[in-house]
Design a protein around this ligand. Sequence first.
Ligand code: NOJ
Length: 585
Amino acid sequence: MSALDRDWWKRAVFYQVYPRSFADSNGDGVGDLPGITAHLDHLNDGTPDSLGVDAIWISPFYRSPMADFGYDVADYRDVDPVFGSLADFDELVARAHGRDIRVVVDFVPNHTSDRHPWFRESRSSRTNPRRDWYVWADPAPDGGPPNNWQSRFRIGRAWTFDERTGQYYLHSFLPDQPDLNWWNPAVREEFEAILRFWLDRGVDGFRVDVAHMMLQDPELRDNPKSLIARSRRMDEDWPEVHEIHRSWRRLLDSYGDRMAVGEVFVPDPKRMAAYYGAANDELHLVFNFTFLRQPWVASAFREATESFERVLPAGAWPDYTLSNHDVGRARSRYDSGAGGGRGPVGLGRARVAAMMLLTLRGTPFIYYGEEIGQADAEVPPERAVDVDGRDPERAPMQWAPGRGAGFTTGEPWLPIGSEADRVNVAAQRGDQGSMLSLYRRLIWYRKRSAPLLHGIYRSLDAPEGVFAFVREAAGEALLVALNFTNREVRFDAAALSPARSEGVDGDGSAAGAEPRLGAGRPAAAELRAVAQPPAAPRSPAHGILELSTVADRPTGLPVSLRPLSLGPIEGVVVQLGRPEPAPTV
Ligand code: NOJ
């Protein structure tokens, strides 16, 4: 691994590996750690023939009864045998680091498995020393659960009665996932030791599961009857949870260059952004889920981008993602419905979305399989295994044609997607028009582009249906124009060129001539440039077409900006050239 670089996670492209479904090395039908190691060259072999990602986040591989496929941990310091061993993990980290790929692991502090020895002890008697490691409460006067809290899964209440000890325990997810009691200092100490265990093994960071849920109202008061977006919940996002994040940040900082990205699912964006810490002293990144449920509307994506930017604390760094293991895949979501996510519309849109993801200001997270445009798999009811209907997006990675799709030689734990013979890594590797080639081009272009890595972002008032923005750094400007519509669009892109560069750069510090508004944050006015002629001429008639999502459009050549013409569902990156100095009077 190269010299200490504290901010590597701002420039990195992250890739989420769902280990059960990435690659199975031993034919048992379930992916494993050696399978990941065997496919590192796909992720980054140091050349543009590979995807070129800089970091992987691996979903849980710890010992687990798999009631929630690893998000129910029975031993935080060991690898589940289905995934391999600690030695396999060490090998994976060493090999990944040898390719300059950082390794981020999942960290599940809110709950354990009900089979964890701590919980077995805790439920054994009311006087067991581990009793208050979990959240236990007496029944309500009518014998029912202590309050009205509900599980986040569609299973009803968040409390289960324990006959033997006559109390209820809290489980924000399955009854097999009892919530830990984070008011107990012993729990905090234990988890700090667990973090050190993995940091000392060389991991580069953590993805923190439900990072806003560790603490609840100590008085266990009811939630408001109707949970509207901004109402105060009693079962999550409790103020003292921020103390825990600050203590973890201090720990990570003491290791130099480690990071944490947290899953914070709270409806109020300001409360979500608060997990960066007012002084940027909590999570390095808070997952930005705003794209996961956006309708395919250009202005909605623009608004989602800017509303997230607006709520970030000073100096906080944004991030973006299109999919993960909890939501349907981008390719399928973007299809108009007909064909169940398999139509050309979804694929074209997923290409435009990939360009958006990899050109916005912030760290991109790619879910495995997105790089080939994998669709959700059809999972018949008799093959369904997840409690919450998330099987289709978790189906095996499609590596090659044939039975098992190059994922396994055995019977896969979830069905292989019906398109696997056509949509797979092997088929796309040599095809310049493939989704994989587009992802590779975007990622490798991004690595060398100062504007994309840390330039300011400012959107433009492009015609309806087009999301257009400029990224600019060190006097270099790129126009990104994304046509969300099914028709050709022509518009005068030169008239939309940003007149002055202002806003924030990669470190959140001021860039350009204008002072920033607000406390280090780009205000709305700074994020958007209205259509106006540029203040200084900057060879407006032409730019260089650097990239297009349309496979056969020639790149590297001058392209007219007056008008700029975009095909149906096409995204482009255009080099605007270096701005000429403003004329002095
Ligand atoms: C969030 C994870 O992303 C999800 O997969 C899991 O089921 C819950 N947390 C519970 O750990």
